[in-house]
Design a protein around this ligand. Sequence first.
Ligand code: 13P
Ligand code: ZN
Length: 274
Amino acid sequence: MSILDIDIIQRYIRTCNDGWLQGWHERNGGNLTYRMTPEEVAQCSPFFQEPGAWVNMGVTAENLAGEYFITTGSGRFFRNVILDPSHSIGIVEINDKGDSWRIVWGLEDGGKPTSEFPSHFMNHSVRKAATNGAYRVIYHAHTPNLIAMTFTTPLTAKAFTKALWQSATECPVVFPGGVGVVPWMVPGGAEIALATSEVMKTFDAAVWAHHGTFCSGPDFDITFGLMHTIEKAAQIYNLAMASGQGKILQTITDDNFRAIAKEFGVTLNEDFLD
Ligand code: 13P
Ligand code: ZN
C-alpha cells in the first residue's frame, strides 16, 4: 500500500493527465489544487513526511486555516504527473492563521506548490464561503481557444459569456452564471490572486486575458467538465469567426436562452441578456 493507491490521489492524478491529453499544459503550464476532506487527510496522513518549514503566501484566508491541499508543483510538468507523482505533486498543510503553507508529502527534491498557489488559495476561500464548503477544486489551464478569444473579444464578462453561450447550446445549462474576466496582469502573486478572487465571488470560471482559464467546482468531474465545455465553446466560436471571416449569419437568441433555462430548470444571469 502506498499513498498513490488512495482514491483521491488517483483521481487527482487522472485529472492532471486528462488536462495534459487535451493539450492545455505545455511544459509546466497550468496548475490544479484540491481541498481535502478530513477523511482523505486521515487516509493519507500515515504517508506524510516530516513537515517542511512554513512559507508565508502574502495572502490570508481565515476560513482555510488548518486545511490540507493537494497541489501541482511550481515548474513541474503535468505531462510527468502520472509517471512521477511524488516529484510532480504534493500535499500542503495551512497554518492556523490561514497565511502560510508547509509541505507534508511529495514535491520531492526541493519542489514547492504552484506559483499560482496564492490565486488558488484565495479562490478556494471565496468559493468555499459561497458554496457552504461544497467547492473543493480550483483548476488553471492554458486553454488555447479561450486565450485566442482574449485578443478578439472585449474583456468583459458580458462579451465572453454571450459569445460562449451562443457557441454551443448546452453552455447556458453548464454555466448559467456566466464567466468573469480578469484583465492582463503579472501572474503568480498576491495582486492577481486578489483580482481573481473578486471575480470568483460571482463566477465559477474566470478568463485570464492572454493567459488562460480558472475554473472552480465541487469535484474533479464537474470542474474539468466546466473547463472542457468553455474551451470547446471557444473553439467553435473561433472556427465560426474564422470561417465566416467575422460575419455571423444567425445565432442563438436571448429568447432561445430563456427557453433553454425554462426547460432545464436553470437560472441564467440576467445581466447578460438583453
Ligand atoms: P507553475 O509551474 O508555477 O504552476 O506555473 C504555471 C502557470 O501556469 C503560471 O500561470
Ligand atoms: Zn498559467
